[in-house]
Design a protein around this ligand. Structure first.
Ligand code: PEP
Length: 252
């Protein structure tokens, strides 16, 4: 068991209006009252961030945006910047989710800028990396992960690494119900920590939290969390109901 505090983050994706988010948050806060020893993060759509922040103000729950632009302001229609998120109390931001990479053409070069800007703004990035089914079948998982680490973390140093989180999300496991076995998840996350050690040193790599994401549910969280290098979970579908997400938060 490491001394890294676990993080359980719920990515709502493009689900929930503000009134739905508000009802969820009230229920969730009731279910997790008194929970300690785990960082809880809710990641609602942009439209609900301020309301969910307001509701969670007197709780330990952290609030994440699902994306952010690297520029502080400018002619970037449809985008939101770090200062805008910071002002409403957003603490974290998911960057490089595979859906953003696939459907919105996000690349490692832009992600490196976003990661550095978020850390400088005091917003903790949760950088997502992971391989496709075809890449795994072709034996290219490590090559893909190494490339995403080198690319996405190009702009940061060892001190900054401590201020961020990495999420290993194999694309074949996202929303498919096909969870990686704890062994597969541990192997990939162990490799990520080794690659971070090579780049930033053992101290920084040993402190950074690395989450697993991909069809995490109340009935598989415990076995995943038992693995040495898995420091938490980024949860999609099973975070949409307050009851199942609270069960995941209370995994032990
Ligand atoms: C995700 O979208 O980050 C995710 C892991 O989704 P799911 O839990 O639904 O697989």
């Amino acid at each position: 068991m490491s001394n890294r505090t676990p993080i359980i983050a719920g990515n709502w994706k493009m689900y929930k209006t503000t009134s739905e988010a508000s009802a969820y948050t009230a229920e969730f806060l009731g279910l997790v009252a008194g929970v300690t020893g785990v960082e809880m993060v809710l990641c609602p759509p942009f439209t609900c961030l301020a309301e969910v922040r307001r509701q969670t103000d007197n709780s330990p729950v952290r609030i994440a945006a699902q994306n952010m632009h690297f520029a502080p302001e400018g002619a970037f229609t449809g985008e939101v910047s770090a200062p805008m998120l910071k002002e409403i109390g957003v603490t974290d931001v998911i960057l490089g989710h595979s859906e953003r990479r696939e459907f919105f053409c996000e690349n490692d070069e832009d992600l490196a800028k976003k990661v550095a800007v978020a850390i400088e703004a005091g917003i903790r990035p949760i950088l997502c990396i992971g391989e496709t089914d075809a890449e795994r079948e072709a034996g290219k998982t490590e090559e893909k992960l190494r490339g995403q680490i080198e690319g996405g973390l190009a702009g940061i140093d060892a001190d900054m690494l401590a201020g961020m989180v990495i999420a290993y999300e194999p694309i074949w496991a996202i929303g498919t119900g096909k969870t990686a076995t704890p062994e597969i998840a541990q192997q990939a996350i162990g490799f990520i920590r080794e690659a971070l050690t090579g780049r930033f040193g053992a101290g920084a790599a040993g402190r950074v939290r690395i989450l697993y994401g991909g069809s995490v549910k109340p009935d598989n969280i415990s076995e995943l969390m038992a693995e040495e290098d898995i420091d938490g979970a980024l949860v999609g579908g099973a975070s949409l109901k307050a009851g199942s997400f609270a069960q995941i938060v209370k995994f032990s």
